[in-house]
Design a protein around this ligand. Structure first.
Ligand code: ADP
Length: 316
């Protein structure tokens, strides 16, 4: 079977910086795939290699079965990357900018293509601006043009690179609806984001990369279940000083609703024992609840592990 994206033993070195270190994984057709990792993990480098902007030092990437180097033309027609930065020529009108992009892709302006272009303008609420110069648009509107531009060729694989960083609530909602619609229409979606709750609500499978290496690649559920901790939220009657054995398990930060949160190991910490210890300290527990950790906790846990080679600098 053909994978949407196949990353095969890929390395990328920028001089001394080994940004991507032997990554291998596959994204299946029609998946909503999350690519997560802290700053400097190598996400953008990987995406730039997948879209043919950056050459891998070694290894192969295939998009819908097409090698991004050997079969560049075919490969780039299969993928649309919505970039973080606004990079287009601002002198054209919105429609011209999109038609130009079609030309870059080597595609003709067929009625079918025009219909898709109009659909993009509609969904992104850009129809009213189709004949305005891109230069004259607000930042949020320019961002929408950028999204439309990345998708003019109706690519089966759509990569959204931090699409909601710095956008307002309205655009964020339009974006998520759009991403879900594309997914429902059969497109493969790869999402990189810093907003873990977004990955948690949208993605089926999630890859966590750190220091250019794959740290985890699992379904969202498996990933969250793998986390060996659960949270115990407690509400006390009055002030309570925790026994020292429990103080180390307290999750830092004052909660606005007065709760104290303890991070307990699922097998090593027995909740009954914890409550006994608290009672022994004279604590009166008004209420309690347990909570499973979300992706955020799992992510922090996985990406804060020490690494053998400290991260190296380098300009992007
Ligand atoms: P992320 O997108 O996960 O934040 P990047 O792919 O941007 O990570 O960066 C990975 C590493 O590669 C970082 O150490 C970064 O400084 C380095 N890097 C990225 N692009 C370049 C470049 N053009 N030249 C030199 N180093 C780079």
């Amino acid at each position: 079977m053909t994978y949407a994206i196949e990353v095969d033993e890929v390395h990328k070195r920028y001089g001394d910086v080994h940004a991507v270190r032997g990554l291998s994984f596959q994204v299946e057709q029609g998946e909503f795939f999350g690519l997560l990792g802290p700053n400097g993990a190598g996400k953008s480098t990987l995406i730039n290699m997948a879209s043919g902007l950056v050459r891998a030092s070694s290894g192969h990437i295939r998009i819908q079965g097409h090698d991004v180097e050997r079969d560049y033309r075919q490969a780039r027609r299969q993928i649309g990357v919505v970039p973080q930065e606004v990079v287009f020529d601002p002198f054209f009108t919105v429609r011209e900018a999109l038609e130009l992009q079609l030309g870059y892709m080597g595609l003709a302006r067929t009625p079918e293509q025009q219909a898709w272009l109009d659909e993009l303008l509609d969904v992104l609420d850009l129809q009213g601006k189709a004949n305005s110069r891109v230069k004259a648009l607000s930042g949020g509107m320019k961002r929408r043009v950028l999204i439309a531009q990345a998708l003019v060729h109706r690519p089966p694989v759509v990569v959204l690179d931090e699409p909601t960083a710095g956008v307002d609530v309205e655009l964020r909602q339009i974006l998520w609806r759009f991403a879900q619609q594309l997914h429902a229409d059969g497109h493969t979606i790869v999402l990189t984001t810093h907003y873990l709750e977004e990955a948690e609500s949208l993605c089926d499978r999630i890859a966590i990369i750190n220091h250019g290496e794959l740290q985890a690649l699992e379904s969202k559920r498996e990933l969250i279940n793998r986390h060996p901790y659960r949270l115990l939220n407690l509400w006390f009657d009055g002030d309570v000083s925790l026994p020292s054995a429990l103080e180390g398990k307290r999750v830092a930060g004052q909660q606005s609703d007065g709760r104290t949160t303890l991070k307990l190991h699922k097998t090593q910490d027995n909740i009954g024992d914890v409550i006994e210890q608290l009672r022994g300290q004279g604590a009166v527990i008004q209420d309690l609840e347990t909570d499973s950790p979300g992706l955020e906790e799992v992510f922090i846990e996985m990406t804060q592990r020490p690494h053998k080679q400290s991260q190296q600098g380098g300009e992007q």
